[in-house]
Design a protein. Structure first.
Lengths: 197, 197
DNA sequence: TATTACATACCGACCAGTCGGTATGTAATT
DNA sequence: AATTACATACCGACTGGTCGGTATGTAATA
């Protein structure tokens, strides 16, 4: 029998295994047995910690959203110009991606699920809204301080988020022309230069 | 019994039904019976025209890629500046999206499949490479004619494609701040202004 | 000794794919 | 213009493996 561990720890371990499997095979093709096998646990154990597959996936999304909260705090240095903060967030995100691509590669899976599940769609909507809002605030601030032109901040926030999402496409189809960091960096500068006064 | 129709017609009818179902439920959750039910056909008929589910999906991707070939010819007016052509393609794409969102909403499904199926990944890679190439050519041309600064054309091409992909996110999470057309238009102008001399 | 963390054996709904058969063409032969 | 021969389009009951979930047990821990 596997070493016993407190539920709080084991849950996280399961969630991480689930992430790996869900990314590799996709939600529907992922087997509960695969996940359990990944950590040498039993099905009974899995169902002891989670109610079922959907429940596990929702827990995973919650866990996933927590992992991204550091980004929200990426704007620690409130003193600096918005441009610097946004570039920092972008660089930080790219680094995060390099270290753990799976956190990003689940996203299409979440999208797909959101498309047919209202609750999950609302969860995702909520997250994206808060990310967008953070960028909007930064841009608004930049406009007020005469750093940016008087642009539509919601639009620019979306452009930024879309660019960051481009990383996922990048990871899937691996274009060889340039590196991920270059892409994020240059793309972000393109946007920021575009709205500079 | 359903009216008999030549294979060429019936295949397309099935592919269109498959598109609807795959978008609504996702590949794995889509049932062959769902597809067949959509057009009032029998399972036997479906398996007469296609070898299986995966085969059907591959055929769908091929059909899907054909639908996008007009985009490649969106740059008919070779005389005009690249900026105009690119804006035109973007507008055209947005219009296409409005008219038939399903053609775009399968894309996450294709991505997800590409992630676990080499053949499909290569098909998708090939398409994206050709789309990227078209934009690259346009940008290179713009640089040569002194329309754009001396930028990395591969990078900008990716920025453009990423922005267009943002439409999918848009359709899924429907932000209320502005319309799809506005997003595409403004986003594209942002990029093009950014690389203008 | 009650509870928590796990294991094992098992269930049964579900669904891709099969297959024997029918119906409707179409083109050569008489 | 029948008749024969073959091809294409379609039907739907059936099956067999798969996999999410459950029932029941046991060992560790508090």
């Amino acid at each position: 029998m596997t070493e016993r561990r407190p539920s709080s720890e084991r849950r996280i371990e399961i969630l991480e295994a689930a992430l790996t499997i869900f990314v590799k095979k996709g939600y529907s093709e992922a087997r509960m047995d695969d996940i359990v096998h990944e950590i040498g646990l039993s099905k009974g154990a899995l169902y002891h910690h989670f109610q079922g597959k959907r429940d596990l996936f929702i827990a995973l999304i919650e866990h996933w959203m927590d992992q991204f909260s550091p980004i929200e705090r990426g704007g620690l240095m409130r003193a600096k110009p918005s441009r610097e903060i946004i570039l920092h967030i972008a660089k930080f995100t790219a680094k995060l991606f390099k270290r753990n691509p799976n956190w990003f590669l689940v996203e299409p899976e979440i999208w797909a699920f959101a498309n047919r599940d209202k609750e999950i769609r609302e969860m995702a909507s909520h997250l994206y809204a808060s990310v967008l809002n953070e960028f909007e605030v930064l841009i608004k601030r930049g406009i007020e301080y005469g750093e940016f032109r008087d642009v539509n901040e919601a639009m620019i926030a979306m452009s930024i988020m879309t660019s960051l999402h481009g990383m996922i496409w990048f990871a899937l189809f691996k274009p060889s022309d340039f590196s991920l960091e270059e892409y994020v960096q240059l793309n972000m500068e393109l946007i920021l230069d575009g709205i500079a006064v």
